[in-house]
Design a protein around this ligand. Structure first.
Ligand SMILES: *Cc1c(COP(=O)(O)O)cnc(C)c1O
Length: 400
């Protein structure tokens, strides 16, 4: 019974050809990665396993651009958010966060639930975190009550990037001892990121976006300062504890059963990223993002991100004209063209749709995506100009 239903869903929706999964995560998983995952599960305490562990940890350090420690959890990104906080902070500690959008709001709620006191700098969901406002808060904190500053690098709900080094400089100028934590779940391996150089203490990552894997793995990159803080941090933790994890990772193993087959996939995805070259990966994302924005302007629609310096290379959020619902448009596009677009989250629900252009993606996949959107706009009678696809093609053809 159950089986029959599942078959009907998948057969209806994926009747012929590829489904276009253009939400900003989970992203399209490359065939190579799917094949790597489709191998027999091995003994996670056996001799081969240590080789795999050491290799993926070294690879992830290259991706985070850190010489420090990296841990891998069998968890979604939310788990790694929690791990960052509970390993370094104590009950009642004050944390400074910035309201860049839905994901920043969820991280704030998690922080409150684990017993932290959050100062949430308000935002309009069209800008990144404001480094000057963070500096002012830190400068005013004479008692040094704030123990951590947390920002989202690429706010996936809005398509806006926060200037991570600018926030680090703000912390420096205030000469404040707070830890610096950054969520890179939808920027890692899509937008340049440098854990050590930008002096971040804890970076949070996830598997299902730029890393081209299914959901199920998440990461913390940890500075020496964060590791030192973990020795005196008093928030309760067990599953997330870095020290247990790091002690046994050093031998090539995990304190509990890791997600063996996802680690095969991670190994393959890292090989693909390093073969293309991280800089080439970032340039590809920037280019496809630029083509997408040209299409949006060609349609005469608005990009949610208000400042071109903060445009995301991972996704573009597009504002619907007044009186038109983004979810009605997305439904028609999914039903007709088997193309999934990102919905508006939180207070953007129905007002925007998001095109994910991150991960395993290329020019013709983008062209197909933009064609689906342009046809959907016409079918839903959303007021627009018919120049979007053409503008994108002109840009891509020039090969800039
Ligand atoms: C996807 C995402 C998350 C949430 O990760 P889950 O894997 O859904 O727990 C958090 N932050 C950002 C920026 C994201 O893009």
């Amino acid at each position: 019974m159950y089986r029959t239903r599942l078959r009907m869903i998948t057969l209806d929706r994926h009747a012929s050809g590829r489904h276009f999964l253009q939400i900003p995560g989970p992203t399209n998983v490359p065939d190579r990665v799917l094949r790597a995952i489709d191998q027999p599960t091995i003994d996670h305490r056996g001799p081969e396993f240590a080789v795999l562990t050491k290799s993926v940890l070294a690879g992830m350090k290259r991706v985070f651009k850190t010489q420090g420690d990296v841990v891998i959890y069998p968890a979604s990104g939310t788990g790694a958010w929690e791990a960052a906080l509970v390993n370094t902070l104590s009950p009642g500690d004050h944390v400074l966060m910035a309201e860049t959008g839905h994901f920043a709001t969820l991280w704030k709620r998690l922080a409150e639930r684990v017993g932290l006191v959050v100062k949430f700098l308000p935002g309009d969901w069209r800008h990144g975190a404001n480094a000057a406002a963070i500096e002012a808060e830190l400068a005013a904190d004479k008692e040094r009550a704030i123990k951590a500053v947390c920002v989202v690098h690429n706010e996936t709900s809005t398509g806006v990037v926060t200037d991570v080094p600018a926030v680090c400089n703000a912390i420096d100028r205030a000469a404040h001892p707070a830890l610096y934590m950054v969520d890179t779940i939808s920027s890692l391996a899509s937008i340049d990121y440098r854990h050590d150089e930008w002096r971040v203490d804890v970076t949070v990552g996830g598997s299902q976006k730029g890393l081209m894997l299914p959901p199920g793995l998440s990461f913390n990159a940890i500075s020496a300062k964060a590791l030192a803080a973990s020795r005196s941090a008093k928030l309760p933790r067990s599953y997330w504890d870095w020290n247990d994890m790091l002690a046994i990772n050093a031998t090539g193993y995990f304190p509990y059963t890791p997600a063996t087959n996802l680690l095969y996939g991670l190994h393959e995805a890292l090989e693909m990223l390093f073969a293309e070259g991280l800089n080439a990966v970032f340039a590809r994302h920037a280019r496809l993002a630029e083509a997408t924005r040209r299409a949006v302007r060609g349609w005469g629609l608005d990009i949610l991100c208000a400042d071109p310096a903060e445009y995301s290379a991972s996704l573009t959020a597009i504002v619907m004209p007044d009186g038109h619902n983004a979810d009605a448009l997305r439904k028609v596009i999914l039903d007709r063209y088997d193309l999934s677009l990102g919905q508006g989250l939180g207070k953007m629900s129905g007002r925007i749709f998001r095109i994910g252009h991150l991960g395993w993606f290329n020019e013709l996949m983008l062209c197909g995506t933009l064609c689906g959107v342009e046809m959907g706009l016409a079918q839903c009678e959303v007021p627009h100009k018919k120049n979007g696809v053409r503008e994108a093609l002109e840009f891509l053809m020039r090969g800039e």
